[in-house]
Design a protein around this ligand. Structure first.
Ligand SMILES: [Zn+2]
Length: 301
């Protein structure tokens, strides 16, 4: 808001000082070009009215609880005192306050972050803000905090932008509203990407929720925006995908089978850095020009 007022003041200054000046229109144009604050999105799908948020969030909560208690029984749920759990929860704590920008209900969500010891290179955020990371993605990609924030932002964005809910609403409309109850209860939500054998072994009745390419693109960009607002470098998103491509060359990873098109996604993220970097610079109290180059912890070609 302060920024808008500041801009309005600038424009009226131009009007006073530069009335009749040929450069005025150009000056206003270039200023208007900087008005957009981060990534712009279309309104949330109206189709989602067919699937009440409470229905989907409660069912997701149930499945999340079931999954985590089974992980605990198997001895693979990391305890709250584990350094990785503490690290991820600290990152989530910085990101979550920015979530309601994308979905006003998010301030009421019962956010949770847990880590399961498994070699899966994977993470998810179910509707209602229930986040899960597998240690595989942390260790095999050696994720820095900025890169964890890029993954977390991506997964949270699927939930905030209600991609699962929209997909289910479309199915519900197609299949008839009568089936909604059983359908919603049997689905596993927002697990991203669709399910590895390991997830299937958790006994959930799985419903293949593979997000569309548009949803993935939106999750990439909104995810980096929300991470940038929390003070995490959006350039980490590009490095994250480079790391995944490098790992995939050595051993194909599940995540890439449901998140294809690494090169075009990197290009898309880079094409939006002009919007993302100002958000990050502002969060860091500096300017884009003064930002140091992004540095990761491994050598990438
Ligand atoms: Zn995704």
């Amino acid at each position: 808001m302060r920024k808008l007022k500041h801009l309005a003041a600038c424009v009226s200054m131009f009007a006073v000082l530069g009335a009749g000046h040929a450069g005025m229109a150009a000056a206003q144009d270039s200023r208007n070009a900087t008005v957009q604050d981060g990534i712009a999105v279309r309104p949330l799908s109206r189709l989602t009215k067919y699937v009440p948020a409470e229905t989907i969030n409660e069912a997701a909560a149930q499945q999340y609880t079931q999954m985590m208690s089974q992980a605990q029984q198997r001895g693979v749920l990391l305890p709250p005192s584990h350094p990785e759990v503490q690290r991820l929860r600290a990152i989530a704590k910085r990101i979550i306050p920015h979530a309601s920008r994308w979905n006003k209900d998010a301030s009421q969500w019962q956010w949770q972050v847990n880590v399961i010891d498994s070699k899966d290179v994977n993470a998810f955020c179910m509707p209602g803000g229930r986040i899960g990371f597998f240690t595989g993605i942390l260790t095999s990609l050696k994720l820095t905090d900025d890169e964890v924030a890029a993954v977390m932002g991506h997964e949270i964005s699927h939930a905030l932008r209600e991609h699962s809910r929209e997909k289910m609403a479309k199915q519900t409309v197609t299949n008839g509203l009568a089936r909604l109850g059983g359908f919603a209860a049997s689905a596993i939500f927002g697990v991203d990407p669709s399910f590895s054998d390991m997830l299937a072994s958790y006994g959930a009745q799985l419903y293949g929720l593979k997000f569309s390419r548009d949803d993935e693109r939106e999750a990439d960009l909104v995810g980096l925006d929300i991470a940038a607002r929390a003070g995490y470098d959006p350039r980490a998103g590009v490095v994250l995908w480079r790391k995944m491509a490098a790992l995939n060359k050595r051993a194909p990873i599940e995540l890439l089978s449901t998140h294809p098109g690494g090169e075009s996604r990197i290009a898309d993220m880079n094409a939006h850095m002009n919007l993302l970097l100002p958000v990050y610079a502002r969060a860091k109290g500096t300017t884009v020009a003064r930002l140091p180059a992004y540095q990761t912890n491994v050598a990438l070609r």
